[in-house]
Write a protein that binds this ligand. Structure first.
Ligand code: NAD
Ligand code: IPM
Ligand code: MN
Length: 359
């Protein structure tokens, strides 16, 4: 088979720890399925600020552009938190998403049956939950003009939230198409009772909806959605929403699965190219201790195989391996009931790699 190139950017904190386990999975699938990958590592985030003076070096961007897909760990940490905006790891993350045209962020939250006891919610509430947050990723308040000015009552800070019709249309269309391949339900989440951007969002959704008559559409205000996610999570199929609402709601959805260490994501544009990363951050509080759960990053590799490479067989095998290892009772600390028996990051990665096999 043809050799595919994966750009690997580990980043900061637990980023390198979880990415190392994902790379084990990639190697294992080469052995089991006969795929061929080359990986190219590049500096990104805080470590790139320290070594290159910028969170997103030109060279890193070029490595990503020359690859078929990008695997990303996480960026950020307290040592960079007081830096000016251009020298923040998070600014690099926004930059790479924008530069690569990745406007669509898919964040599936699937409950593994045996992990129902790991969630803070009652098992009967979680039963059957399988949802996908489709988050707009290159617009809204994250990317609008930001500035400070002197006001009558002291300094003022301004963040502007901007969306245009094209930006809303393309993400909403993707969400409808994803819903068509799932349970055909779409919840569009906005704050149309207050925000002008949300009113444009809702008008656009309503204009497009007739093209997808097989999809059942509901509009949900974001505050209500935050509540319904905890009250009736299993009733959601696909949720489509703007950038910041999607950021917040997907962390909330993560807790349905038991831990943010379980949530994978894919960031896509119009084509097959994608950037794959766990939803969680660099977790400075547990970095360097072998405590991080690598499953979110491992499941992100499964998404990469399915969405960029069309390697469905291997994607299924990775997901089956994760389920098998969890079913056997293996846990990292974040999802363990008995923390004293928890596995380390590398132990979990090894077990999952070993469990990958052809069906
Ligand atoms: P976080 O997701 O890093 O951590 C939140 C909590 O979840 C922490 O208690 C952490 O220990 C735990 N956690 C996260 N991932 C885990 C894993 N794989 N296994 C076990 N436990 C895990 O969020 P935060 O603490 O708000 O942010 C820390 C830093 O990460 C900040 O600098 C933030 O900007 C950055 N961040 C980066 C990304 C990204 O790179 N995509 C995403 C979110 C936050
Ligand atoms: C995420 C993160 C980022 C975001 C931050 C670190 C910029 O929280 O990927 O969810 O808000 O998009
Ligand atoms: Mn987030």
């Amino acid at each position: 088979t043809q050799t595919k190139k994966i750009a690997v950017i580990s980043g900061d904190g637990i980023g390198p720890e979880v990415v190392a386990e994902a790379e084990k999975i990639i190697k294992r699938t080469e052995d089991v399925f006969g795929y061929s990958f080359t990986t190219e590592h590049a500096l990104f985030g805080g470590i790139a600020i320290d070594q290159k003076g910028t969170p997103l070096p030109e060279e890193t961007l070029n490595v990503c552009k020359s690859a078929d897909a990008v695997l990303l760990g996480a960026v950020g940490g307290p040592q960079w938190d007081n830096n000016p905006k251009e020298l923040r790891p998070e600014t690099g993350l926004l930059g790479i998403r924008k530069e690569l045209g990745l406007f669509s962020n898919l964040r599936p939250a699937v409950i593994f049956d045996c992990l129902k006891d790991a969630s803070t919610l009652k098992p009967e509430v979680l039963e059957g939950t399988d949802l996908m947050v489709v988050r707009e990723l290159t617009g809204g308040i994250y990317f609008g003009e930001k500035f400070r000015r002197e006001g009558a009552n002291g300094e003022e800070a301004v963040d502007t939230c901007v969306y245009n019709t094209m930006e809303v249309e393309r993400i909403v269309r993707q969400a409808f198409e994803i819903a068509q391949k799932r349970r055909k339900k779409l919840a569009s989440v906005d704050k149309a009772n207050v925000l002008e951007t949300s009113r444009l969002w809702r008008e656009t959704v309503n204009r497009i909806a007739p093209e997808y008559p097989d999809v059942e559409l509901e509009h949900v205000l974001v505050d209500n959605c935050a509540m319904q996610l905890l009250r009736r999570p299993s009733s959601f199929d696909v949720i489509v929403t703007e950038n910041m609402f999607g950021d917040i709601l997907s962390d909330e959805a993560a807790m349905l699965t038991g831990s943010i260490g379980m949530l994978a994501s894919a960031s896509m544009g119009e084509g097959d190219y994608g950037l794959y990363e766990p939803v969680h951050g660099s977790a400075p509080d547990i970095a360097g201790q072998g405590l991080a759960n690598p499953i979110a990053t491992i499941l992100s590799v499964a998404l990469m195989y399915r969405l960029t490479f069309g390697y469905a067989e291997a994607a299924d095998a990775i997901e089956r391996a994760v389920a098998e290892v969890l079913d056997a009772g293996h846990r990292t600390a974040d999802i363990a009931v008995d923390k004293s028996k928890a596995l380390s990051t590398t132990q979990m990665g090894d077990l999952i790699a070993a469990a990958i096999r052809k069906q």
